[in-house]
Design a protein around this ligand. Structure first.
Ligand SMILES: NC(=O)c1ccc[n+]([C@@H]2O[C@H](COP(=O)([O-])OP(=O)(O)OC[C@H]3O[C@@H](n4cnc5c(N)ncnc54)[C@H](O)[C@@H]3O)[C@@H](O)[C@H]2O)c1
Length: 408
């Protein structure tokens, strides 16, 4: 099998994960084709723009002469030395079963383009054994055998939205091949731009490690949310209790909130629950705890205006976490929808989302019976810190509500 240097890469799926990868690989001098079924994504890349947050970082990369020369985008795969699959892996709404249709479709789409010696890397987050049991048989429909003619690895992504371009380079990465040669070849691909450690393992360990990381974080947030519920029940200030507990040298309780959003943490633990339901009671409980938070948050907002005739309420913050513009899987949107569903007259503002913009917290607060700070963007917290009295005076009733300690 040819082990010549990798010169060309086709990245299948050019979203939050795939596009940064394309940019880094192109800057590193590889010939890169971004492949996406969404024509608009293809057009944007061809026009050297991206709708993803962190615009400045992307603009700098797009302007780079190597990126200009080496990156193209199209809706169909091409022949390449390496293929990277970076397509979505959601769970089915309702059942929470993994939805692998995009991974299957992306794998099938490259079959006609596979040649002996090619490397295929799955970068999407996937349930245990997907590389070997789902992707491998699809690739082998080409007539080529993984392990003999093709190299196959899973290299999960760890980027943090808000700091994508830098984390893609400096994070340590897990590299797991279906055999040692695949691992080494995938390492060779990533080492063209990754400066963090490349931690070599096998594909199934790599799959599990990614899921463990996000499950660990989900459980920690669920614990913080449970602490908040306990404190409320006992009439104790949650922020003070957590702050005091965290003075223990080996305790680090996270901040409670209105739930867990985004593309990864509310999704990935379900892959483990689906794979081993009888062994994952804790993960399921954490998921259910965090998923219940929007409803509980809505309960608190309703309680704050109970007895007021036709109360005017607004929610501030709509994104899935503070200081980003990303609305995907946002618990804040869920809270808003629950309140609307209960017939409340409620508005939603977010200073970071142009379609929901408001001039200031003060402007949003005028004449309200309750203002709920759902997402504590720095912009919001800073204004509250400096203008709290003014904001409260502007309201019809001084009901300023927050669900994360330290905001008010
Ligand atoms: N966004 C993150 O911060 C992050 C971090 C770590 C891991 N991940 C994982 O990375 C994977 C991709 O996530 P994302 O956030 O980049 O998703 P995304 O929705 O931003 O991008 C996925 C892209 O794939 C395209 N696509 C879908 N099916 C396709 C197909 N068959 N062929 C070609 N293109 C196709 C879509 O049009 C879309 O542009 C997921 O498994 C996700 O869990 C995401």
């Amino acid at each position: 099998m040819s082990e010549a240097p990798l010169r060309s890469v086709a990245v299948i799926g050019a979203g939050y994960v795939g596009l940064p990868l394309c940019l880094h690989l192109a800057k590193a001098g590889l010939s890169v084709t971004a492949v996406d079924v969404d024509e608009q994504v293809v057009r944007e890349i061809e026009e050297r723009r991206a709708k993803i947050d962190e615009k400045e970082d992307f603009e700098t990369f797009f302007a780079d002469p190597d990126v200009q020369a080496n990156l193209r985008a199209q809706s169909k795969p091409v022949e390449a030395d390496a293929f990277v699959l970076a397509v979505p892996t959601p769970v089915v709404h309702g059942t929470k079963e993994p939805d692998l249709r995009a991974v299957e479709a992306a794998s099938a789409s490259i079959v006609p383009y596979l040649r002996r010696g090619n490397l295929v890397v799955v970068e999407s987050t996937i349930p245990p054994l997907t590389t070997e049991n789902v992707v491998r048989p699809i690739l082998e429909q080409s007539g080529l055998r993984v392990g003999e003619d093709l190299l196959l690895a899973h290299c999960p992504e760890r980027i943090l939205p808000g700091n994508i371009m830098s984390e893609a380079v400096f994070n340590a990465r897990i590299v797991g091949g279906v055999d040692a040669r695949s691992t080494r070849r995938a390492e060779e691909l990533l080492s063209t731009f990754v400066k963090g450690k490349l931690l070599l393992t096998d594909a199934r360990t790599a799959e599990l490690v990614k899921l463990l990381e996000n499950s660990y974080r989900d459980v920690n947030v669920a614990f913080a949310n449970q602490v908040a519920l306990l404190c409320e029940h006992l009439g104790i200030d949650t922020g003070v209790a957590i702050e005091l507990a965290n003075h223990h040298p080996r305790v680090d309780i996270l901040k409670p909130g209105i739930g867990v959003g985004g593309h990864c943490i509310p999704v990935d633990p379900w892959f483990l629950v689906a794979a081993c339901p009888e062994l994952t009671g804790l993960l399921r409980a954490a998921r259910e705890q965090n998923d219940a938070m929007p409803e509980r948050t809505a309960d608190k907002i309703c309680a704050a205006v109970a007895g007021i005739e036709a109360p005017a309420v607004a929610c501030l913050g709509a994104t899935y976490k503070p200081n980003v513009r990303d609305l995907r899987e946002s618990p804040a949107l869920e809270v808003f929808e629950i309140l609307r569903g209960r017939g409340l007259d409620v508005a939603l503002y977010d200073p970071l989302v142009p379609s929901l913009a408001c001039d200031s917290v003060l402007a949003a607060a005028r004449g309200l019976d309750a203002l709920a700070i759902l997402v504590p963007h720095d912009l919001i917290v800073t204004e509250i810190r400096y203008r709290k009295h003014e904001i409260l005076r502007a309201m019809r009733r001084p009901n300023l509500l927050a669900f994360t300690p330290g905001v008010l």
